[in-house]
Design a protein around this ligand. Structure first.
Ligand code: ZN
Length: 174
């Protein structure tokens, strides 16, 4: 039986470490620039050949390559890149050759541990807590819509973040 090295990494802490190293501090977080600085090549996935896949990551030779479905809206493409970077940063590619993600993999209802961790990583990368708090503090009435636009994420993703940070109440509709 083959032994695989399992790394126990906190996805949020890993995203913070990557932000500290590669992020220029501006929002929306330039996820493509971070990927490039991590040595990742980003390619377009032909939507007609994608077969319902939003994104994928694999090593070609020693080069990590992320492919993103060109037909997805921009906020989804940004989340896809961040999610696939999560598979790389969290060491998932040590165990598996490739990840191919249909859009359902990007929901919090996904209980596959690697997919779930990649989603936590992506959320932490695109919506750094301190930046969200600072931005919201400068607004009279912070809403998920305004902050989602500023951070280049979906309203649903920002709604979850704002509730987590206590900026909007748990019961609020976003
Ligand atoms: Zn995935």
């Amino acid at each position: 039986m083959m032994q695989t090295a399992t790394r126990f990494v906190n996805p949020t802490a890993e995203a913070k470490a990557i932000l500290a190293r590669y992020w220029n501090g501006r929002i929306p977080v330039d996820v493509e620039s971070i990927a490039q600085q991590m040595g990742v090549k980003i390619e377009t996935l032909n939507p007609f050949a994608a077969g319902g896949i939003s994104g994928e990551i694999e090593f070609l030779e020693d080069q990590p390559v992320i492919r993103v479905n060109a037909a997805d809206p921009q906020t989804r493409r940004r989340f896809t890149i961040a999610h696939e970077l999560g598979h790389l940063a969290l060491g998932h590619l040590a165990d598996e050759k490739q990840f191919r993600d249909p859009s359902k993999n990007y929901t919090l209802g996904n209980y596959n541990p690697k997919e779930r961790d990649a989603n936590y990583f992506a959320a932490a990368l695109l919506m750094p807590d301190d930046a969200v708090r600072a931005y919201a503090a400068g607004m009279e009435n912070p809403t998920a819509t305004t902050l989602a636009n500023a951070f280049g994420v979906s309203k649903a993703a920002m709604g979850i973040k704002l509730k987590m940070l206590g900026i909007i109440p748990q019961w609020a509709t976003v």
